[in-house]
Every structure is written in structure tokens, then in C-alpha cells.
Design a protein around this ligand. Structure first.
Ligand code: GDP
Ligand code: IMO
Ligand code: MG
Length: 432
């Protein structure tokens, strides 16, 4: 088995970053395949925290190659800043450690301006975006006016390309949103120092690179961002992000046939969170939700916003298993539930008095669902120092077994704390 894909199986922030960092020690190359700096992936090693937005979560392993693939929208200023900050922590971040797809989409300040202006203008229907310009950058790609990474280093045509892309944005900013226009020349001046930082890194034909790795029997690890229910096609549209967050999108972004992605790891929290607007059937708007938020430190790594919290939703998780082809699950943050007397799990929904067992594709219907909650006794013991599966309290094991049985998919990883070490392996990663 050569390619493992890690994706979020809920609404993002499941703990993908931690897991990719843990898995990276068993892989050769880590490929981030979609999204942009809307992502915030947190790694904790010996108590030291690193938050990554665009750089793949394998970067703390200096012997691994990290690749940003073509499906990512690259915030030029953000990436240069991320590199600068990581270097300050003492990481070498050499050119052989970080490769960037030559055909990845460039995200520039006017994308952020438009994203923020649109959100400001919406009141009721606000999506609650991260304001990082993700939607407008993917729009530019689809409308074929985006700059790609290789354009940044073609100084003869760069200004002209920015001028072409900025023209429409300025019409919208000025006339529709009453927001300041941006000047192409100023944008160019603003990004020049960032381009110099990025010049150090090799623009790469990622498809060729990863396929050669596979030929040489090297192990690939794909890192998704956001989560299944934020997917542009299958999520709770329009309260979604602007890329495909599903495992299959890894194949397209890296330019590698889908049959190479043989292990699909779905990462989920032992409960559920969502940040931003949109329906969330298992949401707890009571003191239990507040307790989970507090115990789980549920505040966004990118925007600092409080995350909405709720019970684990098995119907939504089964939908994620189906959409991605998840054949391995990782349950994160089990330790956060330790203070509860009983732990709820959503096993079905009710809609107009009828029981619903499948996650509806209509977002309007999702907003009308009432959760059917089953309760499992809590274990009321600290899990953060548990080192082996056998040391888990019997009631915590009963919770894991209940969830696994309901899902019919193996839970191969249990995470009991943010640190790399606080990880219990049920099954090795690259063996079957
Ligand atoms: P990502 O976007 O999926 O990478 O997740 P985030 O990094 O945005 O959010 C997950 C948060 O939970 C981070 O603060 C992690 O350090 C933390 N975390 C990850 N796994 C665990 C765990 O098992 N227990 C606890 N208590 N925290 C965890
Ligand atoms: P990671 O990779 C959680 C949410 C935003 C908003 C919606 C659209 O850390 O799990 P966007 O800025 O993408 O246009 O916002 O998607 N969102 C995330 N929620 N985790 C993320 O990333 C997210 N990235 C975007 O809150 O609801
Ligand atoms: Mg996150």
C-alpha cells in the first residue's frame, strides 16, 4: 500500500494536522491537496504548538518532503509569512523540504478584499467564511483569469496579469460593495518581497514527482483540509468552502490515478464542531455544549472564532464514509469527554415525525432535522496519560466499540490529547 489519504469527516478541525504529523514519520512525502489559508492545522510536539495553514503537516520531520499540490489556492503573502515564522522557530525549511506545484492557483489581496466585502454585505445569509479569499480565488481559477505559481516568476508579464484579474474585482468592490478599489501596481509592490521568499522553493510538476515516488516504492501521505460536510458539491451548500474536500480530490489535485489512493483515513472528533454558519443537527446550545467547548478549547486556529459544539453524529459520519470511501477511521479528542456523566451519540434523525437514517442532500432539510440521541455512560477518568488501548477505562472502550459497530468501519487510531505522543494505534498505517 503506497498512498494514504487523510481527510476531515465532519465540519473541519477534526485533528487532521495532528494525525498527519503522527503519520508522517511512516511516510516519505506529504501532499497537501486543496483549500488554502482558511485551514488551521495544529501540531503539538513535546508541548510545543505549531499552527500551519498552507504548509503540509509533515514539515516538522526534516527528512520528509512536503508538497503543495495544484488544487491548493496559495496566498502568496500568507505562505511567505508562514515560512518566515517557521524558520524563526529553528526549522531549516530547505528547498528540498518544500515543493510547490508550478500550476497551483495564486491567491492575492484582492481575493481577500472581495471575500470580506461580500460577507460584510450579507446579513442573514452570511456564510461565515474565514475571510481568506478562498471563494474568489477558486472563482478566478474556474473563470480562467487566475495567476498560477509560475506566473509569479515571469516578471515581464506579471503586472499585466494582475491588472487583468483585478479589473473585474474593482468594479464589484467599488460599485456593488462600496469598498476601496485596489491598484495592480500596489499589489505587485506588496507581494514582491514574498515572491523573493518563495523563489527559494522549487516549482514542481507534482504529478511527475509523486508518480516517480510511487515507482520507487515510496510512501505517499495526502493531507486534506476542511471537512466532508464543507465540500463544495456534497456539503451543506451554500454553507461550505469553495473546494472539493473529499479524498477523491487528492487524486485530481496531485495528478495521480484514483486507484493509487488505497487507504482513506477519515478523521473525526469523538463529538462534533462547526465554525461559521449553516445547519448542524447535533448542535448543543446548552451548558453541555459550552462544557465541551471549554474542555476541548474549541476556538478556531485560523480566526479564533468559537466553534459550535454538539454530540457525535453517526448519520453524518456514515455519509462521510460513503462520500470518501473511508476504510479506516481515527477518533480524536476522546479525552475531552471525560468530564461528562453520559455521552450522547446521534443515531438517526426525525423529520416531521418520521425517522431518517440518511443525511439529506438538501440543506434546507438538514436544517429541519431533530436528532435522535442515544446515551452511553461516561467514564469520568482522565485519558490524557493513557499509553495503550488496554489501559483505557472499560466505559471508554465501550463508547469506542459502540461507535465502531454503528459505523461498520474500523477505528484504527484513538487520540487522547493534542500531543504527538498521545496517540493509541489499533492498527499500523501502511500495512493491511
Ligand atoms: P485540523 O484543522 O483538523 O488540523 O484541526 P485543528 O488543529 O484546527 O483543531 C484541532 C484541535 O484539537 C487542535 O488544537 C489540536 O491541538 C487539538 N487536538 C488534536 N487531537 C486532540 C486530542 O486527541 N485531544 C485534545 N484534547 N486535543 C486534540
Ligand atoms: P481546517 O482545515 C473549519 C469554514 C468557514 C466557513 C466555510 C467557508 O482547519 O479543518 P471559507 O473561508 O473556506 O470560504 O469559509 O468553511 N471553514 C472551516 N471550518 N475548519 C477549516 O479548515 C475551515 N476552512 C473553512 O468557517 O463556515
Ligand atoms: Mg483547523
Amino acid at each position: 500500500m503506497s498512498a494514504v489519504v487523510v481527510i476531515g469527516a465532519q465540519w473541519g478541525d477534526e485533528g487532521k494536522g495532528k494525525l498527519v504529523d503522527v503519520f508522517a514519520s511512516h511516510a516519505d512525502t506529504v501532499v497537501r491537496f486543496q483549500g488554502g489559508s482558511n485551514a488551521g492545522h495544529t501540531l503539538v510536539v513535546n508541548g510545543q504548538k505549531t499552527v500551519l495553514h498552507l504548509i503540509p503537516s509533515g514539515i516538522l520531520h526534516s527528512d520528509k518532503t512536503c508538497v503543495i499540490a495544484s488544487g491548493v489556492v496559495i496566498d502568496v503573502l500568507g505562505l511567505a509569512e508562514e515560512i518566515r515564522k517557521l524558520k524563526l522557530t529553528g526549522l531549516p525549511l530547505t528547498a528540498s523540504q518544500l515543493l510547490i506545484a508550478d500550476n497551483a492557483t495564486v491567491l492575492l489581496p484582492y481575493h481577500k478584499a472581495l471575500d470580506q466585502a461580500r460577507e460584510k454585505a450579507l446579513s442573514e445569509g452570511k456564510i461565515g467564511t474565514t475571510g481568506k479569499g478562498i471563494g474568489p480565488a477558486y472563482e478566478d481559477r474556474a473563470s480562467r483569469r487566475a495567476l498560477i505559481m509560475s506566473d509569479l516568476f515571469d516578471s515581464n508579464n506579471l503586472l499585466e496579469k494582475i491588472e487583468f484579474a483585478i479589473k473585474e474585482k474593482n468594479v464589484l468592490l467599488k460599485n456593488l460593495y462600496d469598498a476601496p478599489e485596489l491598484s495592480a501596481k500596489e499589489v505587485l509592490e506588496q507581494i514582491k518581497p514574498a515572491i523573493e521568499v518563495l523563489r527559494e522553493y522549487r516549482l514542481t510538476d507534482v504529478s511527475l514527482f509523486v508518480s516517480q515516488k510511487l515507482k520507487n516504492n515510496k510512501k505517499l501521505l495526502f493531507e486534506g483540509a476542511q471537512g466532508t460536510l464543507l465540500d463544495i458539491n456534497h456539503g451543506t451548500y451554500p454553507f461550505v468552502t469553495s473546494s472539493s474536500t473529499l479524498a477523491g480530490s487528492g487524486s485530481i489535485s496531485a495528478g495521480l490515478g484514483p486507484h493509487h489512493l488505497s487507504k482513506i483515513v477519515g478523521v473525526f472528533k469523538a463529538y462534533c464542531t462547526r465554525v461559521g454558519s449553516g445547519p448542524f443537527p447535533s448542535e448543543l446550545k446548552d451548558e453541555i455544549g459550552a462544557q465541551i467547548q471549554k474542555e476541548g478549547h474549541e476556538f478556531g486556529s485560523t480566526t479564533g472564532r468559537a466553534r459550535r459544539c454538539g454530540w457525535l453524529d453517526l448519520v453524518a459520519l456514515k455519509y462521510a464514509i460513503r462520500l470518501n470511501g473511508i476504510n479506516s477511521l481515527a477518533m480524536m479528542k476522546l479525552d475531552v469527554l471525560s468530564s461528562l456523566d453520559k455521552v450522547g451519540v446521534v443515531t438517526a434523525y426525525k423529520l416531521n415525525g418520521e425517522i431518517i437514517n440518511e443525511f439529506p442532500t438538501s440543506t434546507e432539510l438538514v436544517g429541519q432535522l431533530e436528532p435522535v440521541v442515544e446515551f452511553i455512560p461516561g467514564w469520568k477518568e482522565d485519558l490524557t496519560k493513557v499509553k495503550t488501548l488496554g489501559d483505557l477505562p472499560v466505559k471508554a472502550t465501550a463508547y469506542i466499540n459502540f461507535v465502531q459497530k454503528q459505523l461498520g468501519t474500523p477505528i484504527d487510531i484513538i487520540s487522547v490529547g493534542p500531543d504527538r505522543e498521545q496517540t493509541l494505534w489499533v492498527k499500523p498505517l501502511y500495512k493491511d
